[in-house]
Design a binder for this molecule. Structure first.
Ligand code: ACO
Length: 444
């Protein structure tokens, strides 16, 4: 059959048949197109269902709903596969640096040597933030959570870069993407510096992306600071592992905000807020707090028991994933990185790592976790690495936001460039009061 839709650079979406739905109460039947993309589950096209039948579909949490067509990231949760533009995450982490992955996500292909050099230069020369933006920080309390600061400051970018916010202009879209990738590390390092009462460090154009972030975070103006190359490389890998992850909660939030043609900087701020929650990006902070609370290996069974108790809201943080029903491929790389970083820093006995390893083993053998296919996710080991590098727990999710900014803006750009793009407007299954008359106050 004919391709249904084809966006530039996308594999055609083909209609491979129809699915017939029968309403048993009336006998009415509806034929719905069955679509196939490049790979992944077949998808039933329900776009005309309401117009033709008067019925909605019900899917809270979007467990079965494909909200868009996308050619950026593919996940096979059963097999534990993650591809960006077709490349496995393991290959990207091994052979590329973060900015190459950013280029790939944004442009669809890996850069050649010249494109890589040009891209690095562009990003490097956008790393400074407007001097006036620096004033925003002093409006926050010193003990503000850095994610709260990031939500505010990222949104404030909308007020600074009026020259690149015409979403209909492809050049504007690209400049905005570059600005976001370049400025987020500067803003994140400033959030940290503000919280510890140290002076902000301006970015340095002679440093690489991850190196520069470590420098802006940990250097002070009083003495030379040499970035540890092993740590910079490890951080670069952590950024790659978090760069994009298909239509997760924060990315869907960015797309939904952007679907009303809101300013892209404001859309990214909305992504940061969605990421903050402990069920999503906030899990890395929650994992470390949990490991600290467990305190010693002999208390693990008690916590595993709690996690399995239906009447206890406690969950093992860093375990489980909406899509992965297998070991998260990013968690495997993160585990290896954890040993590398601790080794480089000469940390031989890290009690939290010891607890994490034992917890992982116990949970992976436990019937409850096996049956529900709950495996460690990307956040399980990242906190231990970031802690060893010197980041306070409150900065963990900020680092996630920093890395994910490229995914958000690439997905935003793809959405805006989609000729089928419409404002996102879900419907509902109404369960409230049916029409009734207001009783005047005196009679209530
Ligand atoms: N500990 C204990 N039980 C769990 C856990 C966990 N970490 N995760 C899921 N379950 C159980 C649920 O209680 C549920 O049991 P039930 O079927 O008996 O009701 C079942 O497994 C399915 O869980 P859901 O919550 O329905 O799965 P969902 O896809 O909605 O949630 C989520 C996924 C939010 C990630 C969940 O696994 C969780 O809360 N994990 C801990 C937080 C975490 O690590 N988040 C990071 C996710 S990765 C990321 O955003 C980078």
């Amino acid at each position: 059959m004919e391709p249904k839709t084809t966006m530039p650079g996308h594999a055609p979406v083909r209609q491979v048949g129809t699915v017939t739905v029968t309403d048993d109460t009336t006998g009415r039947t509806f034929k719905l197109p069955l679509l196939e993309g490049a790979t992944g589950p077949r998808t039933i096209d329900i776009r005309k269902l309401y117009a033709e039948s008067g019925y909605f579909t019900f899917d809270p949490g979007f467990t079965s709903t494909a909200s868009c067509e996308s050619a950026i990231t593919y996940i096979d949760g059963d097999e534990g596969v993650l591809l960006h533009r077709g490349y496995p995450i393991q290959d990207l982490a091994e052979h590329c640096d973060y900015l190459e992955v950013c280029y790939l996500l944004l442009n669809g292909e890996l850069p050649d040597a010249q494109q890589k050099a040009d891209f690095e230069r562009t990003i490097t020369y956008h790393t400074m933030v407007h001097e006036q933006l620096i004033r925003f920080y002093s409006g926050f309390r010193r003990d503000a959570h850095p994610m709260a600061v990031m939500c505010g400051v990222a949104g404030a970018l909308s007020a600074f870069y009026h020259d690149s916010t015409d979403f209909t202009n492809p050049v504007h879209r690209m400049i905005t993407s570059h600005r976001l990738i370049a400025k987020i590390p500067t803003m994140a390092a400033m959030a940290y510096k503000y919280s510890v009462g140290q002076p902000f460090m301006y970015p340095r154009n002679d440093l690489g992306y991850a190196e520069n972030f470590l420098y802006m975070t940990f250097a002070t103006p009083f003495e030379p600071y040499k970035v540890n190359p092993t740590l910079a490389k490890a951080l670069d890998k952590i950024l790659i592992l978090h760069a994009d992850h298909e239509q997760n909660a924060s990315t869907s939030t960015v797309r939904l905000a952007g679907s009303s043609h809101a300013n892209p900087f404001a859309c990214i701020a909305s992504g940061i807020t969605a990421l903050w929650g402990p069920a999503h990006g906030g899990a890395n902070e929650a994992v470390l707090k949990m490991l600290e609370e467990i305190g010693s290996a002999d208390r693990i069974p008690e916590f595993v028991k709690r996690a399995k108790d239906k009447n206890d809201p406690f969950r093992l943080m860093g375990f489980g994933h909406r899509v992965y029903k297998n070991y998260d491929p990013r968690a495997k790389i993160m585990r290896e990185l954890c040993y590398e970083v601790l080794g480089e820093l000469g940390i031989k006995d890290e009690p939290l790592l010891d607890i994490a390893m034992k917890l992982e083993k116990i949970a992976l053998e436990d019937e409850y976790f096996v049956e529900k296919k709950l495996y460690p996710n990307v956040d399980f080991y990242s906190g231990i690495i970031l802690k060893a590098m010197g980041f306070p727990t409150s900065m963990f999710t900020v680092l996630f936001a920093l890395a994910r900014t490229v995914g958000w803006i690439s997905q935003w750009k793809e959405m805006i460039e989609d000729p089928q793009q419409k404002i996102g407007r879900p419907r509902q299954l109404y369960t409230g009061a049916t029409p009734r008359s207001v009783v005047p106050l005196a009679q209530r």
